[in-house]
Design a protein around this ligand. Structure first.
Ligand SMILES: C[S@@+](CC[C@H](N)C(=O)[O-])C[C@H]1O[C@@H](n2cnc3c(N)ncnc32)[C@H](O)[C@@H]1O
Ligand code: SF4
Length: 382
């Protein structure tokens, strides 16, 4: 019986950040009761067909799940642990924004069973926060982290770097300050310009420029070095943790294990009756809600993932991890040999260049290889 990770999507935010292309929506009034009822119904629908599984993690992602009332988080957790078999060390993460209103709910979330928060700090620099369109100050972010530290056993926060005009020295200083706040996990993302966002338009008009390739690479190297000095290792391209502090939920994605996705726009990969299914949901909250109210699920379509795609997905996800892709897990999940899923000549070149490495048990991208992964993967993976 496969372990299960559960993702619950909360699709609302107070405002839309100009860089963000996540499935997040701003509403004058958030229909919380209706949406939570639909989430609970969709969870029951999925649980009924998935059957009993060991539940290893629950992740409330968004959007901004810290806009949810703690009672509703408690109800969803209660449903999930009643419908599945919770692991003894079940990890329950909730993404939170650091405005004071949301931080005020932290104790309620802990009471509901949340044992890990991931706080969207983005920057400790006031001008950068304004540029990123954030609703909170650096002081509020520090206060939210300190509050969370006293309440939750595990905390993480997100920062965005490689911002316009950000110098190497300024990023080193910002990161050093961040690491002194003692989280067991950090997600450190380089700013990317996503189609359909406000930044996409501004960037295309030349209203700001991003660091060039050399500076971006230097910023990435500095990130690993400074995090390493504080005992956090890069276990994934953008994720750093103390040993044992890795996000179990995200590891389930990258190790290409089963996960169920509930809520608008959520994806899932589920083994059902010996087949691996890719599930997806309607992205618009109200339309998703109406589908659930009609038939129990907001699914738009569901396709079997064929052997070739299973191999491809397992490699694309797994090579992001410093541990790489396990040969035995790959075989069990895809039914094929890892050697057959990659281009032999490209593999040879990447091994010779020091971008990839083969151990007894794994194929992995080295630190240099992980920097170039986006360029390498299309050639490597068949
Ligand atoms: C779903 S959002 C997070 C949670 C929460 N809504 C918040 O903003 O605090 C996940 C994270 O992705 C990162 N992110 C989103 N869009 C990005 C972009 N274009 N470039 C870099 N990082 C991005 C941000 O750090 C953000 O916190
Ligand atoms: S970054 Fe977070 S708060 Fe901003 S729009 Fe995206 S999901 Fe919402």
């Amino acid at each position: 019986m496969d372990d299960l990770a559960l993702y619950i999507h909360w699709p609302f935010c107070l405002s839309k950040c100009p860089y963000c292309d996540f499935n997040s929506h701003v509403r004058e009034r958030i229909p919380q009761a209706r949406m939570v009822a639909a989430l609970r119904r969709e969870l029951a629908y999925e649980a009924a067909r998935i059957g009993p599984r060991r539940l290893t993690s629950i992740f409330f992602g968004g959007g901004t799940p810290s806009l949810l009332d703690p009672e509703n988080v408690a109800a969803l957790i209660g449903d999930a642990v009643a419908m599945f078999m919770p692991a003894e060390d079940l990890e329950i993460t909730l993404e939170a924004n650091p405005t004071s209103i949301e931080a005020g709910r932290f104790a309620g979330y802990a009471q509901a069973g949340v044992n890990r928060v991931s706080i969207g700090v983005q920057s400790f620099d006031e001008a950068a926060l304004r540029f990123l369109g954030r609703e909170h100050s650096a002081g509020q972010a520090v206060a939210a982290i300190e509050l969370a530290r006293g309440i939750f056993p595990r905390i993480s926060f997100d920062l965005i770097y490689a911002r316009p005009e950000q110098s190497l020295a300024a990023w080193r200083a910002e990161l050093d300050m961040a690491l002194r706040l003692a989280a067991d996990h950090l997600s450190l993302y380089q700013l990317t310009i996503e189609p359909g966002t406000k930044f996409h338009t501004l960037h295309a008009r030349g209203e700001f420029v991003l660091p060039d390739e050399d500076l971006a690479a230097a910023l990435y190297d500095a990130t690993g070095e400074v995090a390493g000095r504080f005992g956090l290792h890069a276990y994934e391209i953008s994720n750093y943790s103390v040993p044992g502090g890795e996000s179990r939920h995200n590891l389930a994605y990258w190790r290409y294990q089963d996960y169920a996705g509930i809520g608008p726009g959520a994806h899932g990969r589920l083994s059902l009756d010996g087949r691996l299914m890719a599930t997806s949901r309607h992205r618009a909250p109200e339309a998703w809600g109406a589908l659930v109210e009609q038939g129990g699920s907001g699914a738009t379509h569901e396709d079997e993932v064929g052997a070739l795609d299973r191999g491809r997905e397992a490699l694309l996800m797994g090579l992001r991890l410093s541990e790489g892709v396990s040969f035995s897990r790959f075989l069990a999940r895809t039914g094929g040999r890892l050697e057959d899923a990659v281009d032999a000549a490209v593999l040879r070149d990447c091994l010779a260049a020091g971008y990839l490495e083969v151990t007894q048990t794994h194929l992995l991208a080295t630190a240099e290889g992980r920097k170039r992964l986006d360029a390498l993967l299309p050639a490597l993976v068949r």
